[in-house]
Design a protein around this ligand. Structure first.
Ligand SMILES: Cc1ncc(COP(=O)(O)O)c(C=O)c1O
Length: 395
Protein backbone atom coordinates (compact mmCIF):
# COMPACT_ATOMS: atom_id res chain seq x y z
CA UNK A 1 0.00 0.00 0.00
CA UNK A 2 1.51 3.38 -0.99
CA UNK A 3 1.37 6.51 1.24
CA UNK A 4 -1.60 7.96 -0.63
CA UNK A 5 -3.64 4.78 -0.14
CA UNK A 6 -2.84 4.81 3.59
CA UNK A 7 -4.03 8.41 3.92
CA UNK A 8 -7.20 7.50 2.05
CA UNK A 9 -7.78 4.61 4.48
CA UNK A 10 -7.35 6.94 7.47
CA UNK A 11 -9.85 9.52 6.24
CA UNK A 12 -12.25 6.79 5.24
CA UNK A 13 -13.08 6.09 8.90
CA UNK A 14 -16.72 6.90 9.65
CA UNK A 15 -17.97 8.48 12.85
CA UNK A 16 -21.21 8.15 14.70
CA UNK A 17 -23.70 10.86 13.72
CA UNK A 18 -24.69 10.98 17.38
CA UNK A 19 -21.27 12.38 18.25
CA UNK A 20 -20.49 14.35 15.09
CA UNK A 21 -23.75 16.23 15.58
CA UNK A 22 -22.84 17.21 19.17
CA UNK A 23 -21.38 20.63 19.91
CA UNK A 24 -17.71 20.76 20.90
CA UNK A 25 -17.16 21.42 24.61
CA UNK A 26 -18.25 25.06 25.16
CA UNK A 27 -15.30 25.58 27.50
CA UNK A 28 -12.82 24.40 24.85
CA UNK A 29 -14.54 26.55 22.20
CA UNK A 30 -14.20 29.65 24.41
CA UNK A 31 -10.52 28.92 25.10
CA UNK A 32 -9.88 28.52 21.38
CA UNK A 33 -10.75 32.21 20.89
CA UNK A 34 -7.97 33.35 23.23
CA UNK A 35 -5.45 33.28 20.36
CA UNK A 36 -7.28 36.22 18.75
CA UNK A 37 -6.88 38.63 21.69
CA UNK A 38 -5.56 42.03 20.63
CA UNK A 39 -4.41 43.36 24.04
CA UNK A 40 -1.60 42.43 26.34
CA UNK A 41 -3.35 42.57 29.73
CA UNK A 42 -4.22 39.71 32.09
CA UNK A 43 -7.21 37.58 31.16
CA UNK A 44 -10.31 37.61 33.39
CA UNK A 45 -11.40 33.96 33.23
CA UNK A 46 -15.08 33.59 34.04
CA UNK A 47 -15.48 30.45 31.97
CA UNK A 48 -14.84 27.56 34.34
CA UNK A 49 -17.14 26.36 37.10
CA UNK A 50 -14.34 24.31 38.67
CA UNK A 51 -12.62 25.62 41.80
CA UNK A 52 -9.28 27.22 40.98
CA UNK A 53 -8.24 27.12 44.67
CA UNK A 54 -6.38 24.26 46.39
CA UNK A 55 -8.05 21.61 48.56
CA UNK A 56 -7.89 21.80 52.36
CA UNK A 57 -4.32 21.12 53.62
CA UNK A 58 -5.53 18.05 55.53
CA UNK A 59 -6.92 16.63 52.24
CA UNK A 60 -3.71 17.40 50.31
CA UNK A 61 -1.66 15.72 53.08
CA UNK A 62 -3.81 12.60 52.87
CA UNK A 63 -3.38 12.48 49.08
CA UNK A 64 0.41 12.56 49.47
CA UNK A 65 0.29 9.88 52.14
CA UNK A 66 -2.15 7.68 50.21
CA UNK A 67 0.00 7.88 47.06
CA UNK A 68 2.73 5.96 48.93
CA UNK A 69 0.41 3.17 50.12
CA UNK A 70 0.55 0.14 47.75
CA UNK A 71 -3.23 -0.40 47.94
CA UNK A 72 -3.90 3.06 46.46
CA UNK A 73 -3.01 1.88 42.97
CA UNK A 74 -5.71 -0.80 43.05
CA UNK A 75 -9.35 -0.71 42.01
CA UNK A 76 -11.88 -0.25 44.77
CA UNK A 77 -15.19 -2.13 45.09
CA UNK A 78 -17.45 -1.08 42.19
CA UNK A 79 -19.80 0.97 44.40
CA UNK A 80 -16.87 2.68 46.14
CA UNK A 81 -14.96 2.34 49.40
CA UNK A 82 -17.25 1.36 52.29
CA UNK A 83 -15.78 4.11 54.52
CA UNK A 84 -16.64 6.75 51.92
CA UNK A 85 -20.17 5.43 51.43
CA UNK A 86 -20.62 5.48 55.23
CA UNK A 87 -19.17 8.97 55.67
CA UNK A 88 -21.19 10.39 52.81
CA UNK A 89 -24.43 8.80 54.05
CA UNK A 90 -23.75 10.41 57.46
CA UNK A 91 -23.10 13.77 55.77
CA UNK A 92 -26.35 13.47 53.80
CA UNK A 93 -28.42 12.46 56.84
CA UNK A 94 -27.12 15.55 58.59
CA UNK A 95 -27.57 17.93 55.61
CA UNK A 96 -31.11 16.75 54.81
CA UNK A 97 -32.08 16.19 58.47
CA UNK A 98 -33.31 12.83 57.29
CA UNK A 99 -32.62 9.46 58.86
CA UNK A 100 -33.61 7.38 55.85
CA UNK A 101 -30.33 7.53 53.87
CA UNK A 102 -27.93 4.64 54.38
CA UNK A 103 -24.51 3.73 52.98
CA UNK A 104 -26.11 1.13 50.73
CA UNK A 105 -27.98 3.91 48.92
CA UNK A 106 -24.66 5.53 47.90
CA UNK A 107 -22.75 4.59 44.72
CA UNK A 108 -19.41 6.37 44.31
CA UNK A 109 -18.58 7.48 40.76
CA UNK A 110 -15.68 9.17 38.97
CA UNK A 111 -17.37 12.58 39.26
CA UNK A 112 -20.95 13.76 38.95
CA UNK A 113 -20.84 13.76 35.14
CA UNK A 114 -20.24 10.02 35.23
CA UNK A 115 -22.99 9.70 37.84
CA UNK A 116 -25.36 11.39 35.36
CA UNK A 117 -24.29 9.24 32.39
CA UNK A 118 -24.69 5.96 34.28
CA UNK A 119 -27.99 7.12 35.73
CA UNK A 120 -29.40 7.95 32.30
CA UNK A 121 -28.18 4.74 30.70
CA UNK A 122 -29.84 2.78 33.47
CA UNK A 123 -33.15 4.57 32.84
CA UNK A 124 -33.55 5.15 29.12
CA UNK A 125 -32.74 3.83 25.68
CA UNK A 126 -32.73 5.50 22.24
CA UNK A 127 -36.18 6.85 21.45
CA UNK A 128 -37.26 7.21 25.08
CA UNK A 129 -37.89 10.78 26.21
CA UNK A 130 -36.51 12.76 29.13
CA UNK A 131 -37.60 16.20 30.36
CA UNK A 132 -34.62 18.55 30.67
CA UNK A 133 -35.26 21.75 32.62
CA UNK A 134 -33.92 24.85 30.85
CA UNK A 135 -31.51 26.55 31.12
CA UNK A 136 -29.71 23.17 31.33
CA UNK A 137 -26.16 22.10 32.18
CA UNK A 138 -24.62 21.57 28.72
CA UNK A 139 -23.08 18.15 29.45
CA UNK A 140 -26.54 16.84 30.37
CA UNK A 141 -27.90 17.85 26.97
CA UNK A 142 -24.83 16.45 25.20
CA UNK A 143 -25.13 13.06 26.93
CA UNK A 144 -28.84 12.75 26.21
CA UNK A 145 -28.17 13.58 22.54
CA UNK A 146 -25.24 11.13 22.40
CA UNK A 147 -27.52 8.41 23.70
CA UNK A 148 -30.29 9.11 21.18
CA UNK A 149 -32.75 10.18 23.87
CA UNK A 150 -35.65 12.42 22.79
CA UNK A 151 -35.05 15.59 24.84
CA UNK A 152 -38.18 17.48 25.89
CA UNK A 153 -37.02 20.96 26.87
CA UNK A 154 -38.90 22.10 29.97
CA UNK A 155 -39.43 25.85 30.28
CA UNK A 156 -39.17 27.85 33.46
CA UNK A 157 -41.28 30.34 35.39
CA UNK A 158 -40.40 34.04 35.77
CA UNK A 159 -38.30 33.05 38.85
CA UNK A 160 -36.36 30.60 36.66
CA UNK A 161 -37.88 27.63 38.52
CA UNK A 162 -38.85 24.61 36.38
CA UNK A 163 -42.44 24.92 35.21
CA UNK A 164 -44.52 22.18 36.85
CA UNK A 165 -47.63 22.71 34.73
CA UNK A 166 -45.66 22.48 31.51
CA UNK A 167 -43.89 19.36 32.80
CA UNK A 168 -47.16 17.53 33.23
CA UNK A 169 -48.06 18.25 29.59
CA UNK A 170 -44.70 16.95 28.29
CA UNK A 171 -44.84 13.54 29.95
CA UNK A 172 -46.14 10.61 27.91
CA UNK A 173 -45.67 6.85 27.74
CA UNK A 174 -42.12 7.25 26.34
CA UNK A 175 -40.93 9.44 29.25
CA UNK A 176 -38.42 7.97 31.68
CA UNK A 177 -37.21 10.91 33.78
CA UNK A 178 -37.24 14.59 34.65
CA UNK A 179 -33.81 16.22 35.08
CA UNK A 180 -33.42 19.21 37.42
CA UNK A 181 -30.25 20.93 38.68
CA UNK A 182 -30.35 22.86 41.97
CA UNK A 183 -28.64 25.25 42.47
CA UNK A 184 -28.66 25.60 38.72
CA UNK A 185 -25.75 25.79 36.35
CA UNK A 186 -25.83 28.35 34.63
CA UNK A 187 -28.37 30.39 36.64
CA UNK A 188 -27.28 29.69 40.24
CA UNK A 189 -30.98 29.54 41.15
CA UNK A 190 -31.88 27.26 44.07
CA UNK A 191 -35.16 25.46 43.40
CA UNK A 192 -37.42 25.92 46.45
CA UNK A 193 -38.13 22.89 48.65
CA UNK A 194 -41.87 23.00 47.74
CA UNK A 195 -41.13 23.00 43.99
CA UNK A 196 -38.82 19.99 44.35
CA UNK A 197 -41.56 18.26 46.39
CA UNK A 198 -44.07 18.94 43.58
CA UNK A 199 -41.71 17.50 40.97
CA UNK A 200 -41.02 14.44 43.14
CA UNK A 201 -44.78 13.92 43.43
CA UNK A 202 -45.26 14.37 39.65
CA UNK A 203 -42.51 11.84 38.91
CA UNK A 204 -43.91 9.34 41.42
CA UNK A 205 -47.41 9.73 39.94
CA UNK A 206 -46.08 8.78 36.49
CA UNK A 207 -43.62 6.08 37.68
CA UNK A 208 -40.68 7.97 36.19
CA UNK A 209 -37.44 9.12 37.83
CA UNK A 210 -36.74 12.57 39.23
CA UNK A 211 -33.00 13.04 38.59
CA UNK A 212 -31.76 15.86 40.78
CA UNK A 213 -28.20 17.09 40.23
CA UNK A 214 -27.14 18.66 43.55
CA UNK A 215 -23.52 19.44 42.67
CA UNK A 216 -23.72 22.99 44.15
CA UNK A 217 -25.78 22.06 47.26
CA UNK A 218 -23.21 23.53 49.69
CA UNK A 219 -23.20 26.85 47.83
CA UNK A 220 -26.83 27.69 48.62
CA UNK A 221 -27.58 30.78 50.70
CA UNK A 222 -28.81 28.56 53.57
CA UNK A 223 -27.81 25.50 55.62
CA UNK A 224 -31.42 24.27 55.70
CA UNK A 225 -32.09 20.94 53.90
CA UNK A 226 -32.14 21.34 50.12
CA UNK A 227 -35.38 19.34 49.96
CA UNK A 228 -37.52 16.97 51.99
CA UNK A 229 -37.91 14.17 49.45
CA UNK A 230 -35.66 11.85 51.48
CA UNK A 231 -38.27 12.01 54.28
CA UNK A 232 -40.67 10.05 52.10
CA UNK A 233 -40.08 6.36 52.98
CA UNK A 234 -40.72 5.50 49.31
CA UNK A 235 -38.13 7.94 47.90
CA UNK A 236 -36.05 5.11 46.44
CA UNK A 237 -38.74 4.16 43.94
CA UNK A 238 -38.40 7.40 41.92
CA UNK A 239 -35.74 9.82 43.31
CA UNK A 240 -32.13 9.78 42.07
CA UNK A 241 -29.92 12.42 43.69
CA UNK A 242 -26.51 13.17 42.14
CA UNK A 243 -23.51 14.70 43.92
CA UNK A 244 -19.98 15.92 43.30
CA UNK A 245 -16.95 16.29 45.56
CA UNK A 246 -15.25 18.47 42.92
CA UNK A 247 -16.60 21.78 44.21
CA UNK A 248 -17.17 20.99 47.91
CA UNK A 249 -13.65 19.72 48.48
CA UNK A 250 -11.92 21.48 45.54
CA UNK A 251 -10.71 18.16 44.07
CA UNK A 252 -12.15 18.19 40.51
CA UNK A 253 -9.08 16.44 39.08
CA UNK A 254 -9.40 13.53 41.51
CA UNK A 255 -12.80 12.63 40.01
CA UNK A 256 -15.20 11.72 42.79
CA UNK A 257 -18.97 12.01 42.78
CA UNK A 258 -21.93 9.94 43.93
CA UNK A 259 -25.34 8.60 43.02
CA UNK A 260 -27.87 8.29 45.82
CA UNK A 261 -30.60 5.90 44.71
CA UNK A 262 -32.46 2.70 45.50
CA UNK A 263 -31.08 -0.80 44.98
CA UNK A 264 -32.84 -1.39 41.64
CA UNK A 265 -31.37 1.70 40.01
CA UNK A 266 -28.00 1.11 41.63
CA UNK A 267 -27.77 -2.40 40.19
CA UNK A 268 -28.35 -1.14 36.63
CA UNK A 269 -26.03 1.87 37.00
CA UNK A 270 -23.24 -0.37 38.33
CA UNK A 271 -23.29 -2.36 35.08
CA UNK A 272 -22.51 0.85 33.18
CA UNK A 273 -19.92 2.05 35.69
CA UNK A 274 -18.15 -1.31 35.51
CA UNK A 275 -17.79 -0.94 31.73
CA UNK A 276 -16.70 2.68 31.83
CA UNK A 277 -14.25 3.09 34.71
CA UNK A 278 -14.50 -0.14 36.78
CA UNK A 279 -14.23 2.00 39.91
CA UNK A 280 -13.73 5.65 40.79
CA UNK A 281 -10.04 6.43 41.48
CA UNK A 282 -9.07 5.21 44.94
CA UNK A 283 -6.88 8.24 45.63
CA UNK A 284 -9.83 10.57 45.03
CA UNK A 285 -12.01 8.46 47.31
CA UNK A 286 -9.35 8.65 50.05
CA UNK A 287 -9.26 12.43 49.59
CA UNK A 288 -13.05 12.60 49.90
CA UNK A 289 -13.07 10.47 53.08
CA UNK A 290 -10.57 12.82 54.72
CA UNK A 291 -12.47 15.86 53.49
CA UNK A 292 -15.75 14.60 54.93
CA UNK A 293 -14.11 13.65 58.26
CA UNK A 294 -11.76 16.58 58.79
CA UNK A 295 -12.52 19.48 56.45
CA UNK A 296 -16.12 20.42 57.24
CA UNK A 297 -15.03 23.78 58.71
CA UNK A 298 -12.87 24.46 55.61
CA UNK A 299 -15.81 23.54 53.36
CA UNK A 300 -18.07 26.02 55.18
CA UNK A 301 -15.41 28.76 55.00
CA UNK A 302 -15.02 28.33 51.22
CA UNK A 303 -18.78 28.52 50.73
CA UNK A 304 -18.89 31.69 52.87
CA UNK A 305 -15.95 33.21 50.98
CA UNK A 306 -17.71 32.56 47.65
CA UNK A 307 -20.95 34.02 49.05
CA UNK A 308 -19.04 37.23 49.93
CA UNK A 309 -17.57 37.28 46.40
CA UNK A 310 -21.10 36.92 45.07
CA UNK A 311 -22.22 39.98 47.11
CA UNK A 312 -19.33 41.92 45.60
CA UNK A 313 -20.21 40.72 42.09
CA UNK A 314 -23.93 41.52 42.53
CA UNK A 315 -23.09 45.03 43.82
CA UNK A 316 -20.78 45.67 40.86
CA UNK A 317 -23.35 44.41 38.33
CA UNK A 318 -26.13 46.56 39.87
CA UNK A 319 -25.08 49.46 37.65
CA UNK A 320 -25.43 47.22 34.54
CA UNK A 321 -21.94 48.06 33.23
CA UNK A 322 -21.85 48.29 29.43
CA UNK A 323 -25.56 47.37 29.38
CA UNK A 324 -24.88 43.87 30.81
CA UNK A 325 -27.76 43.12 33.18
CA UNK A 326 -27.53 40.52 35.95
CA UNK A 327 -30.69 38.40 35.85
CA UNK A 328 -29.87 35.90 38.64
CA UNK A 329 -26.89 34.89 40.68
CA UNK A 330 -26.00 31.99 42.97
CA UNK A 331 -23.48 29.18 43.58
CA UNK A 332 -20.55 30.10 41.27
CA UNK A 333 -22.62 31.91 38.65
CA UNK A 334 -24.10 35.11 37.33
CA UNK A 335 -26.68 34.70 34.52
CA UNK A 336 -26.34 37.86 32.51
CA UNK A 337 -28.32 39.49 29.69
CA UNK A 338 -26.45 41.43 27.03
CA UNK A 339 -28.17 44.30 25.24
CA UNK A 340 -25.96 43.89 22.18
CA UNK A 341 -28.23 43.17 19.21
CA UNK A 342 -25.63 40.92 17.57
CA UNK A 343 -25.60 37.18 18.15
CA UNK A 344 -24.45 35.94 21.55
CA UNK A 345 -21.47 34.23 19.93
CA UNK A 346 -20.41 37.60 18.53
CA UNK A 347 -20.80 39.26 21.97
CA UNK A 348 -18.67 36.52 23.54
CA UNK A 349 -16.06 36.89 20.81
CA UNK A 350 -15.84 40.63 21.43
CA UNK A 351 -15.60 40.16 25.20
CA UNK A 352 -12.71 37.75 24.71
CA UNK A 353 -10.86 39.45 21.88
CA UNK A 354 -11.24 43.10 22.90
CA UNK A 355 -12.02 43.01 26.65
CA UNK A 356 -9.87 39.98 27.62
CA UNK A 357 -12.87 38.57 29.47
CA UNK A 358 -13.70 34.91 28.98
CA UNK A 359 -17.35 33.93 29.49
CA UNK A 360 -19.61 31.17 28.12
CA UNK A 361 -22.49 31.99 25.72
CA UNK A 362 -25.98 31.23 26.99
CA UNK A 363 -26.57 29.27 23.78
CA UNK A 364 -24.56 26.45 25.41
CA UNK A 365 -27.34 26.14 28.01
CA UNK A 366 -30.51 26.75 25.98
CA UNK A 367 -31.97 25.62 22.67
CA UNK A 368 -32.47 29.31 21.62
CA UNK A 369 -30.29 32.45 21.43
CA UNK A 370 -31.76 34.86 23.99
CA UNK A 371 -28.69 37.08 24.39
CA UNK A 372 -27.69 35.40 27.69
CA UNK A 373 -24.19 34.79 29.08
CA UNK A 374 -22.80 32.76 31.99
CA UNK A 375 -20.31 34.60 34.19
CA UNK A 376 -18.57 32.21 36.59
CA UNK A 377 -17.18 34.64 39.17
CA UNK A 378 -16.04 32.17 41.86
CA UNK A 379 -12.38 32.11 40.79
CA UNK A 380 -11.95 35.92 40.66
CA UNK A 381 -10.63 38.10 43.48
CA UNK A 382 -12.66 41.15 44.63
CA UNK A 383 -10.16 43.37 42.76
CA UNK A 384 -10.71 41.33 39.58
CA UNK A 385 -14.48 41.73 39.97
CA UNK A 386 -13.95 45.53 40.08
CA UNK A 387 -11.73 45.27 37.01
CA UNK A 388 -14.47 43.24 35.27
CA UNK A 389 -16.87 46.14 35.89
CA UNK A 390 -14.40 48.64 34.36
CA UNK A 391 -13.88 46.45 31.30
CA UNK A 392 -17.61 45.88 30.76
CA UNK A 393 -18.19 49.64 30.91
CA UNK A 394 -15.95 50.04 27.85
CA UNK A 395 -18.01 47.52 25.82
C1 LIG B 1 -24.44 20.85 37.34
C2 LIG B 1 -23.17 20.09 37.25
N1 LIG B 1 -23.19 18.75 37.34
C3 LIG B 1 -22.06 18.04 37.26
C4 LIG B 1 -20.84 18.65 37.07
C5 LIG B 1 -19.62 17.79 36.95
O1 LIG B 1 -19.05 17.57 38.20
P1 LIG B 1 -17.88 16.50 38.39
O2 LIG B 1 -16.58 17.24 38.38
O3 LIG B 1 -18.16 15.90 39.74
O4 LIG B 1 -17.99 15.49 37.30
C6 LIG B 1 -20.76 20.03 36.98
C7 LIG B 1 -19.46 20.69 36.77
O5 LIG B 1 -19.36 21.83 36.39
C8 LIG B 1 -21.96 20.77 37.06
O6 LIG B 1 -21.95 22.10 36.94
Amino acid sequence: MCEGDRAATLVAMKFSARTTELIDSPIGAAFAMLDHRVNDRPLLDLSQAAPGYSPAPVVADRIVEAAREPITSRYTPAAGLDELRQEFATDLRHSYASSTITATDVTITAGCNQAFCATINALAEPGDSILLATPFYFNHEMWLQAEGIDIRYLGCTADLHPDLEEASTLIDSTTRAIVLVSPGNPTGVTIPVEVIADFAELAARHDIALVLDETYRTFRPTDAPAHAVFDNPDWRSTLISLHSFSKDLAIPGYRVGAIVSGANHQREALKILDCVAISAPRIGQEAAITGLRHASGWRREQAQRIARLQDHFVAMMARAPGGFELVTSGAYFGWVRSNDQRSTDETVRRLIVELDTLVIPGTAFMPTDDGMLRFSFANLTPAEIDELGHRLETY
